[in-house]
Design a protein around this ligand. Structure first.
Ligand code: AR6
Length: 185
């Protein structure tokens, strides 16, 4: 059994899992996309590669309807060949100096993704560490925003079953583990 499933059985609603988000069979996985919605590198590239062309086709349809996706907003597509049901594409802020509304924009990514998940009946949602790769958001600061925003959302929500923070690297794993344990104390 996947290690994150074991943790859920232990009753946690916030789950930390180190690995590849394209392998996670959550109802919805979140993609750290860019505003073009046409794919890119990092987790975006991995999701499009593993999910196949159906995801890009759906993104193109969304673009035709609404144009590009602004920073902090989110859109949803089917998940193609992935084990998830949906991919929620959100656009994180590019880190500049920290005083260009980056924390609020990053919080919007998590909030808007969760709202969209609930609207689509997704009870389990997996997030990557949005903005902490190409977009250079400092990992510790981004983790604080992610955990605070998701915890606040969960406190007011009774629909979602659990949220999985999928960390790719050990550094993010350690940061998240420390922050999640601190919140429990
Ligand atoms: N599973 C989970 N996490 C991953 C995976 C994976 N398969 N691959 C990378 N990560 P990034 P951003 C982690 O750069 O900073 C793209 O080109 C990675 O280690 O993917 O929001 C888009 O098209 C990092 O911690 O996204 C945009 O142009 C985290 O995912 C731009 O990058 C996010 O890194 C978005 O930049």
């Amino acid at each position: 059994m996947d290690s994150w499933k074991k943790k859920i059985q232990q009753g946690n609603r916030l789950v930390l899992f180190q690995g590849d988000i394209t392998k996670v069979a959550a109802d919805a996985i979140v993609n750290a996309a860019n505003s073009s919605l046409l794919g890119g590198g990092g987790v975006d590239g991995a999701i499009h590669r593993a999910g196949g062309p159906a995801i890009l086709e759906a993104c193109k349809e969304i673009r035709a309807r609404q144009g590009s996706c602004p920073t902090g907003e989110a859109v949803v597509t089917p998940a193609g060949n992935l084990p998830a049901k949906y991919v929620i594409h959100t656009v994180g802020p590019v880190w500049q100096s920290g005083d260009r509304d980056e924390p609020e924009l990053l919080a919007n990514c998590y909030r808007n993704s969760l709202k969209l998940a609930v609207a689509h009946g997704a009870k389990t949602v997996a997030f990557p560490n949005i903005s902490t790769g190409v977009y250079s958001y400092p990992k510790d600061k981004a983790a604080e925003v992610a955990i605070r925003t998701v915890s606040t959302f969960l406190a007011q929500d009774s629909f979602l079953d659990y949220i999985i923070f999928v960390v790719f690297d050990k550094e993010n794993y350690n940061i998240y583990q420390q922050l999640i344990n601190k919140d429990k104390r």
